[in-house]
Design a protein around this ligand. Structure first.
Ligand code: ATP
Ligand code: MG
Length: 344
């Protein structure tokens, strides 16, 4: 089967979007929207793999949607919706739970990181998370998935699931009229944002995350200028001055991270930043970094706040997107049922 290029990606409403989400994924989404048919999702079903207060989740879903819109996602052109409104994601995930192997999931580093030491007490959903992610993508037969570097392993799993489904059901797939027996495409990760792995401001070896308990670890797209300046000022660094060449960043994860963030925000390279700021003390460099960060985050934040003033409009956009998403996913899921042997 020939698959038309189609983009799918999502973010969890586990909190406010941060610079990592923006530079690792969102900027790339806006770019791909110009050239591809795109489906963007607020993945609320993924969010509840870790406890979310129901009173907060609805607001967080609206807030992440507002961030998508403020960053430049056009809901007229692209499909924008929240995952739980399209039941096909959960339906296909169940079928994929029966295709994926325990051994595959046991290797997933995100589960190990998020479950931590108390693994016995983690939700089954957290463990099965990558299977639902495969369903999110393949329910639309999406071919390209723009994500940050941390999602590479989950994308590989999605490819394995697609492949095994195609193999296991090859005969049945032909019977439903797909002559080459290839039901699902192999979705490709697109890891090409200006900064594909932004690290925590408190620990240069850990990625910046919405779910990190320390708010000082990240710059949220909703932070005001003072908060951004304060967080950057408090960011962990080493006592050395900045090097003048990128080689001098080796073994200095915090310095490397701050220079990388600056480069991504200013649309230049780490080498370019060091050319200008090499030899500077962090106290000086951090002031310059805060300025570029405020100049990029400020306008997105202001637009988000404006959009959040009309929650009914956000809900309308999500409902409309969900309807359009269902139009694509429903016939694919019906075909999956025929392939698997579910009577309908
Ligand atoms: P959580 O801590 O709840 O998992 P998160 O910050 O990891 O939140 P997600 O919603 O899981 O955010 O991911 C949304 C997108 O942002 C994905 O494409 C992911 O790869 C990307 N992303 C997340 N964190 C970073 C980061 N630190 N640097 C670059 N990209 C990131
Ligand atoms: Mg994540």
């Amino acid at each position: 089967m020939a698959f038309a290029p189609r983009v799918f990606s999502g973010m969890q409403p586990t909190g406010n979007l941060h610079l990592g989400n923006y530079l690792g994924a969102m900027v790339q989404w806006v770019e791909m929207q110009k050239t591809h048919e795109c489906i963007f999702c607020v993945v609320d079903m993924h969010a509840i793999t870790l406890w979310q207060d129901p009173a907060d989740l609805v607001g967080q879903t609206r807030s992440v949607t507002a961030a998508y819109l403020a960053a430049g996602i056009d809901p007229g052109q692209s499909i924008l919706f929240n995952q739980s409104q399209v039941a096909e994601h959960a339906e296909l995930a169940w079928v994929f739970n029966c295709v994926a192997r325990l051994g595959w999931l046991n290797r997933m580093t995100q589960f190990k990181e998020k479950a931590g030491k108390d693994r016995e007490n983690a939700s089954v959903g957290l463990y099965a998370y990558p299977v639902l992610m495969a369903a999110d993508i393949l329910a639309y037969r999406a071919t390209h998935v723009p994500v940050g570097d941390d999602q590479k392993q989950h994308l590989e799993l999605a490819r394995d699931i697609a492949q095994k489904f195609n193999n296991d059901f090859a005969e049945s797939i032909r019977k439903v009229g797909i002559a080459d027996g290839i039901f699902f495409p192999q979705p490709e990760p697109v890891i090409m944002g200006p900064a594909t792995r932004v690290m925590s401001l408190r620990d240069g070896t850990k990625k910046m995350s919405k779910s990190d308990p320390s708010d000082l670890s990240r710059i949220n797209m909703t932070d005001d200028a003072d908060t951004i300046a304060k967080k950057i000022q408090k960011a962990k660094t080493d006592p050395e001055a900045l090097p003048s060449e990128t080689a001098g960043l080796a073994g200095r994860p915090e310095a490397d991270n701050l220079v990388g963030i600056y480069a991504a925000l200013a649309g230049t390279t780490k080498a370019g930043v060091l050319k200008e700021h090499g030899g500077a003390q962090f106290s000086t460099f951090k002031k310059a970094l805060a300025e570029v960060a405020v100049s990029r985050v400020g306008p997105v934040n202001a637009e988000m706040q404006r959009l959040l003033g009309d929650p009914a409009e956000i809900d309308r956009i999500l409902r409309d997107g969900a309807e359009r998403a269902r139009v694509i996913a429903r016939p694919i899921m019906d075909q999956v049922k025929d392939v698997v042997g579910f009577l309908r």
